[in-house]
Structures are given as structure tokens and as C-alpha cells.
Design a protein around this ligand. Structure first.
Ligand SMILES: Nc1ncnc2c1ncn2[C@@H]1O[C@H](COP(=O)(O)OP(=O)(O)O)[C@@H](O)[C@H]1O
Ligand SMILES: Cc1ncsc1CCOP(=O)(O)O
Length: 531
């Protein structure tokens, strides 16, 4: 079998030590093959040579009945002796170039990579495919050394190295049916170069029903692949959606969503900072949603099952475990996660926290002021003072578009003009009032509004959620939320009796509750730039 023939989509790495009590290796393997495993790697760290050859031969005999190629971990001699399709090499195993000399020309050779340097070398040496990871922590292998878990961000960086090379890639390490969609969505380079498959050990090997476990993984992978037109942000953007990205289309969608939110009353789960909790809950209620502030790790699985939106705001980081769990469960339940990286550039701790969160779950939207977006984009063009931003970018559309591609989500850059992008289209919204920038938590309540509108959108979007992380058009939802808040701010600022920040905030809550779709249609100031 040649390199281009191999289907890496569901790559099983064996681990006989993980089999459940009473399940034999070959029975488990056969069930996994029936469930949809597309390639098998025999990994025998404890077996002596004679036993390894035996297991390899038995594995090949069984897999050949299903026309599934078998690779051998580490041992060229065992691959040759058993007639396997190829080998998988670790960084401390036989060098790839030497392995090629020993193996027949048709042999498939894959290499494990944890760093960019590993990936570059694998390309240079002519690997057929690379195994990238560990993506997440796992107890199947010792990955406790610093840097051994490379995360979604590290995997994306390695995928960029493979672009245009023809070298295929699977991700490995902690991948389960519960995080597979998030992994596929997140693991792609900024141009959309995605994984060719995922490698799993424990999710299949420990299962008493390996066929079901494998089928679940294979189905999710197929559903993801079937949506061939995933854009650079990983969202499926249809031509109907694109046609809506005009001034008229956006204001009409925003006006309609103002009513939708009130009709479906999304539960808007906040893990937010101590400064803004009350005003965030009031903004949610005024828009027509239902707020819940819930931070304990133990309650996140239950909350994620209720439809709506989730806001994670790191203004004060008191509940990191809750934040990690909330986003993970939200991803599993197709619930949009809005991330507000408050003050992310201000301290090393905040930068590390944001990086950890973004490596654990996939946001649907990231919203920040110029300093926060700059910090996430590794730009030092805009300075910060604590959680406040001093100044703006020379080319804001380029900044939001690039960051959206990097994180595969919608990005909002707030300020006197708000810039929104899905990685292709950039929407510029110029409503609002300076008082909104002068109250504490003006940006935080924009996050609340976005989580409310994204929640309502995901609850009402037509079609199936198969293969998508979040259902519905998150760009339109985000634009609608921003327009609702900024237009209500204009109304509040011009109200009789509003003389400054103190009188502005309660007026804003009133105006949010009274906002009409007609006011949105009349007042929205929208410009659209398509890639
Ligand atoms: N000078 C301004 N004119 C109009 N709207 C503004 C102005 N400053 C901020 N806003 C609005 O206030 C909201 C919060 O943005 P911003 O002040 O950038 O957030 P943060 O509080 O995170 O710094 C945004 O919706 C933005 O549109
Ligand atoms: C072999 C290997 N290489 C990197 S992580 C890993 C183990 C992955 O196992 P699991 O799928 O059970 O997390």
C-alpha cells in the first residue's frame, strides 16, 4: 500500500494492558475493526521479540480480512519478520532514513512529533505521515516531561509545517469521542490545513464495547469531513450565509435576533469577574435571556446540558477549574463559548491562563479590546494599562481576520468602532457611545450580550448539529449582540437625566429591555469587507 492510499482517519494504537477484564486482544481488535478503525499500529512496549512477532502476525492475519494495514511500533525487524505494511518511529527509535534503507520501498513510515523541529525533520527525511502530540494529557503514556503535551496550539503550529508537503498527519494523546470534534475543529493551520485522522489507544482499548467506541469516533470524523466547505475558521459558511453579509442582511438578521432572544430566553451561563456580576446578570435579563452565575467545577456537566450560551471572562481568575470544565462540557454539548480575555496582556499569569483555556476548549467567539486582542495576536502595537487599552491598531481588519484564523473562531475587537471577523469577512460596526467605554465592565457586558445572542442562535438554527461544534451563524449573532448593546447605549446616553457614568448604567439596562427591532434597522451603522 502506497502513502497516498492509506486512510489514517481512525488510527488504533494497540495497548493489550488496557483491555477490560475478560476481553481477549483479538476479540477486542476485531470488534474495533468492525466499528470502523482504518489502520492499526501494534505497540508492544513490554513484549519480548518472539511474543511481539507472534502478536504482529496474528494482528496482520486478522486485519487483512478487513483490508486494514498494520504498522509496527519502533521495531523494523518485527515489521520485516511479520510482513507489516510499515513502521511507526518515535524520536529515540531508529532514524527514519536508516529505517527506509532497511524496509521495502512500499513501506509506510510514520514518525511521532512533539515540536516544530521534529515536524520539519520528518518532512525533510521523507516521512509518509506524522503523529502529532500528545495533544492532551493522557495516562496511557508518560507525558509528564515539560513540553511533552503540546496542546491544540502546538499541534496547529506543527500542521503549518506540513503545508504543501503531502505529509499526512494524525493527532494523538487523550483523544476521545467526547473531545474529537473540538480536536478536529481546533487542530488546523491558519490556512485550514487539517488533520488526516486521529490516533487513539484507551478510548477503544479500555472499552468493553470497542465496536461502539470505534463507531462513535468514525462517525464523528466522517460527519466532520463531510462538511467539506469548513471555512478558515472551521465554521461551515454556506453561500446563503455569505449572501447575508451585507449592510442590509446584517441589520435585518440583527433585528430579527432581538426578538428571537426574547422568545427563546437562552440560559446564559457566566463565569465572570467579581466587578461586573450584577450588571452582567441585569444585562442578560434586559435582553431577554436568563442569567446564571455558576463557577464550581462539579456543576459544569449539568449546566452544559441546558441550551444557551456560556461566557468565560478572566477579569478575576478565581475559578480556573470551573472555567476549564465549563468550556469542555459546552464543546461536548454544542453550546457556544464566548471568551473574554480581560487584561490578558497585563500579567504573565493571565497570558498563561488564557493559553491553557484555549488549549482545553474551543471558543465560538473571542472578544477583547485592542490591548487584549493585541496580546493574543502577539502584537505590541497597542499598550495596556491593567484591563484598559491605550489606543488602536493601524490595520484593525487584518488583526481580527488573522486572529480569527489562528483560533478558528469569530473575533471581536471592541472600541469606538467594533471590528468582527470570521477569518474571511470583516464587519465594522460604528454605533455606541463613549460612556459605554467609560463605565467599568463596558466590554464585559458586550461579552454577555454576545453569549446571549450566540446562545439563542444555536438554539434556533435549523439543520443537524452533526459534524459542527456549534450550530448557527456565530458571526451574525455576534454582530446582532454588538448592535443591540451599542444602539441601546446611544439611546441611554441621550435620555433626559443621564449626566454621566452613574446615571448612564441604569438607563442602559432600561434601553436594552426596550430596544425594538425597528430601532436596530433604523440606527445600525454597518460596513462589510469581504476577503
Ligand atoms: N468612544 C466610543 N464610542 C462608541 N462606543 C464605544 C466607545 N468606546 C467604547 N465603546 C463601546 O463600548 C463597548 C465596550 O468596548 P471597550 O470599551 O473597548 O471594552 P473594554 O471595557 O473591554 O475596554 C463596545 O461595544 C464599544 O462599541
Ligand atoms: C502513544 C502515544 N504517543 C503520544 S500520547 C500516546 C498515548 C495516547 O493514548 P490515549 O489515546 O489513550 O490517550
Amino acid at each position: 500500500m502506497k502513502q497516498h492510499d492509506i486512510d489514517l482517519s481512525l488510527y488504533l494504537v494497540t495497548g493489550r494492558n488496557l483491555l477490560p477484564h475478560g476481553k481477549s486482544y483479538l476479540t477486542s481488535l476485531e470488534e474495533a475493526l468492525r466499528g470502523g478503525v482504518t489502520v492499526v499500529q501494534v505497540r508492544e512496549k513490554g513484549a519480548d521479540t518472539a511474543e511481539f512477532v507472534e502478536i504482529a502476525k496474528e494482528t496482520i492475519a486478522l486485519c487483512s480480512r478487513y483490508n486494514i494495514p498494520v504498522l509496527i511500533n519502533d521495531r523494523i525487524d518485527i515489521a520485516l519478520a511479520s510482513g507489516a505494511a510499515g513502521v511507526h518511529l518515535g524520536q529515540t527509535d531508529m532514524p527514519l532514513v536508516l529505517a527506509r534503507q532497511l524496509l521495502p520501498p512500499s513501506a509506510i513510515v510514520g514518525v511521532s512529533c512533539t515540536t516544530l523541529e521534529h515536524a520539519r525533520k520528518a518532512v525533510e527525511d521523507g516521512a509518509d505521515y506524522v503523529g502529532l502530540g500528545a495533544v492532551y494529557a493522557t495516562s496511557t503514556k508518560d507525558v509528564s516531561a515539560p513540553g511533552r503535551v503540546c496542546g491544540i496550539a502546538g499541534t496547529c503550529a506543527m500542521l503549518s509545517v506540513l503545508e504543501g508537503t503531502g505529509v499526512k498527519a494524525v493527532a494523538i494523546g487523550g483523544i476521545k469521542s467526547t473531545n474529537l470534534l473540538r480536536t478536529l475543529h481546533g487542530c488546523a493551520s491558519p490556512t485550514g490545513h487539517a488533520l488526516d485522522g486521529v490516533a487513539v489507544v484507551s478510548d477503544i482499548m479500555t472499552s468493553p464495547e470497542p465496536e461502539t467506541a470505534a463507531r462513535r469516533l468514525a462517525q464523528t470524523f466522517r460527519a466532520w469531513m463531510a462538511l467539506a466547505s469548513h471555512g478558515p475558521t472551521g465554521f461551515l459558511v454556506t453561500s446563503e450565509q455569505l449572501a447575508q453579509y451585507t449592510q442590509e442582511g446584517i441589520s435585518a438578521a440583527a433585528a430579527a435576533l432581538v426578538d428571537t432572544v426574547r422568545r427563546v430566553r437562552p440560559l446564559v451561563h457566566h463565569i465572570t469577574n467579581n466587578v461586573v456580576k450584577t450588571q452582567s446578570a441585569n444585562v442578560t435579563l434586559a435582553l431577554g435571556g436568563s442569567p446564571i452565575m455558576a463557577e464550581a467545577e462539579a456543576e459544569q456537566a449539568d449546566l452544559a446540558r441546558a441550551p444557551g450560551g456560556l461566557l468565560i471572562n478572566i477579569g478575576t481568575v478565581d475559578a480556573l477549574d470551573g472555567m476549564l470544565a465549563a468550556g469542555r462540557h459546552a464543546n461536548q454539548n454544542g453550546k457556544p463559548v464566548v471568551f473574554d480575555p480581560v487584561g490578558v496582556g497585563a500579567t504573565a499569569f493571565r497570558r498563561a491562563t488564557a493559553a491553557k483555556l484555549l488549549d482545553t476548549w474551543q471558543p465560538a467567539v473571542i472578544k477583547g479590546n485592542a490591548a487584549e486582542i493585541g496580546a493574543l495576536a502577539d502584537l505590541n502595537e497597542v499598550k495596556s494599562q491593567g484591563v484598559d487599552s491605550l489606543g488602536g491598531f493601524k490595520d484593525a481588519p487584518d488583526v481580527v481576520r488573522s486572529l480569527a484564523r489562528k483560533h478558528r473562531c469569530i473575533v471581536v475587537l471592541s472600541g469606538p468602532t467594533d471590528y468582527l471577523s470570521d477569518g474571511s469577512t470583516v464587519i465594522r460596526l460604528s454605533n455606541g457611545h463613549e460612556l459605554l467605554g467609560q463605565i467599568t465592565g463596558g466590554g464585559c457586558i458586550l461579552g454577555t450580550a454576545i453569549a446571549t445572542f450566540c446562545g439563542a442562535t444555536s438554539m434556533t438554527a435549523p439543520g443537524t448539529s452533526e459534524g459542527v461544534l456549534v450550530k448557527g451563524d456565530m458571526l451574525l449573532a455576534t454582530a446582532a449582540a454588538t448592535l443591540a448593546l451599542t444602539i441601546a447605549a446611544q439611546h441611554a446616553a441621550s435620555r433626559e437625566g443621564v449626566r454621566g457614568q452613574g446615571t448612564f448604567l441604569p438607563a442602559l439596562i432600561d434601553e436594552l429591555a426596550m430596544l425594538t427591532p425597528e430601532a436596530v434597522l433604523r440606527t445600525a451603522r454597518i460596513e462589510v469587507e469581504t476577503d
